[in-house]
Structure formats: structure tokens, C-alpha cells
Ligand binder design. Structure first.
Ligand code: ZN
Length: 164
């Protein structure tokens, strides 16, 4: 599942860039959001041979509505001390938005693309890359290396400012 690995790497990159000085729990909420939407896969596998199986689950989760609902539930579940619900919700939703954007880049594995406006059946996709190519995780690794470089440069510039 190279696409899940790529979601994880891009989520970590995003957390390093936009919450660089925040607590680690805030960074992890962004990473959680970046992979949360694909939770429909294990749920689908578990329900596959039961009457509860729902073929539209993947489309429902991979939508703006799905991202908002999943972020809401996750923000309610991860109630850290000294954290505000809406801040947790916002961080998870940022990760979910990153996930949807990355899935839009992939060639549609799900018929013709994502139903972002679910329950409307309008499909969106940039039709760029197949996620099953062996080199696909290289995109995630490249983005992570760029994020680490930017963070390192920022830290170095801060150090030089405090020395002067
Ligand atoms: Zn996905």
C-alpha cells in the first residue's frame, strides 16, 4: 500500500512545517488526519462478508463531509489536557484535507475519482499518477526531506538571530 505510506510521509512533512513549534500532540493530530480517511479500508474488510457491508463507504469517507465528520469524531476521542476541541478538530481536518488533495493527484483507483461533494456523485481527479507504482513513495520521501531541510534552515536562522 504505497499510497498509505505516502499519506503518512506527507502528513509528517505538513506537521513539521505548520506546527514546528507546537506540542508534539498537535503535530500527531495532523498526521492522524493525513491517514484517518483511509480507515474505510479496514472497516470495509471487517464488514466484507456481513450484511453491514456498504459499497459506498470509501466514497463517503473520501469527501469533504467525510473529512469533517471523521475530524469531529477524532477530535472528540483525543481529548488532551490543556487542548481546545476546535483546535484539535482544525488540526485533524488539515491532515484530512492533505489526504484528499493527495488522493486527487492519484490516478482514480475508485472509478473516475473522488466524490468530494458526497452525497452528490460528481467525481474529481487530476489523473496524474497511479499509486501502485513502486516509486510512488519517493514523492513522500522527497517532500519529507524538503520539510526537514526547511525546518533545519529555520532553526539555524533563529540561532543566528539570537547570537547576534
Ligand atoms: Zn485515501
Amino acid at each position: 500500500m504505497p499510497d498509505v505510506l505516502t499519506h503518512l510521509l506527507v502528513g509528517v512533512s505538513l506537521a513539521l512545517l505548520i506546527r514546528k513549534d507546537g506540542p508534539r500532540s498537535a503535530q500527531m493530530l495532523i498526521v492522524l488526519g493525513a491517514v484517518l480517511i483511509d480507515i474505510e479500508r479496514p472497516i470495509s474488510w471487517l464488514l466484507a462478508d456481513t450484511p453491514l457491508y456498504w459499497i459506498g463507504l470509501g466514497s463517503a469517507f473520501h469527501s469533504i463531509l467525510g473529512a469533517v465528520v471523521l475530524s469531529y469524531f477524532a477530535a472528540a476521542c483525543f481529548d488532551f489536557e490543556n487542548s481546545v476541541f476546535w483546535k484539535r478538530f482544525k488540526l485533524i481536518l488539515i491532515g484530512c484535507a492533505c489526504h484528499l488533495l493527495l488522493d486527487l493527484v492519484m490516478y482514480p483507483w475508485n472509478e473516475l475519482g473522488l466524490q468530494l461533494l458526497y452525497p452528490l456523485k460528481i467525481r474529481f481527479s487530476f489523473h496524474l499518477l497511479w499509486p501502485d507504482f513502486w516509486w510512488y513513495p519517493l514523492f513522500g520521501i522527497t517532500i519529507l526531506l524538503l520539510a526537514i531541510s526547511v525546518r533545519y534552515l529555520n532553526l539555524r536562522m533563529k540561532k543566528e538571530d539570537t547570537i547576534e
